[in-house]
Design a protein around this ligand. Structure first.
Ligand SMILES: [Zn+2]
Length: 56
């Protein structure tokens, strides 16, 4: 695993800005950024995850 890349949230599938990827609402917190009164760990509290588009 490359060490120079920015850490991804667990729900991210690609770095932000990666061609062929895009933001989606976090499937765990549904965009709220909170899960069970705590910051969502899937999206890191952002409410969004980066997912690949069009297969991959
Ligand atoms: Zn989330």
């Amino acid at each position: 695993m490359p060490a120079h890349e920015e850490p991804l949230n667990p729900g991210d599938q690609a770095l932000a800005g990666t061609p062929g990827s895009g933001e989606n609402l976090c499937p765990d917190c549904h965009g709220s950024g909170m899960c069970n009164d705590a910051p969502c760990t899937t999206c890191g509290g952002t409410g969004k995850v980066i997912e690949g588009i069009g297969g991959g």
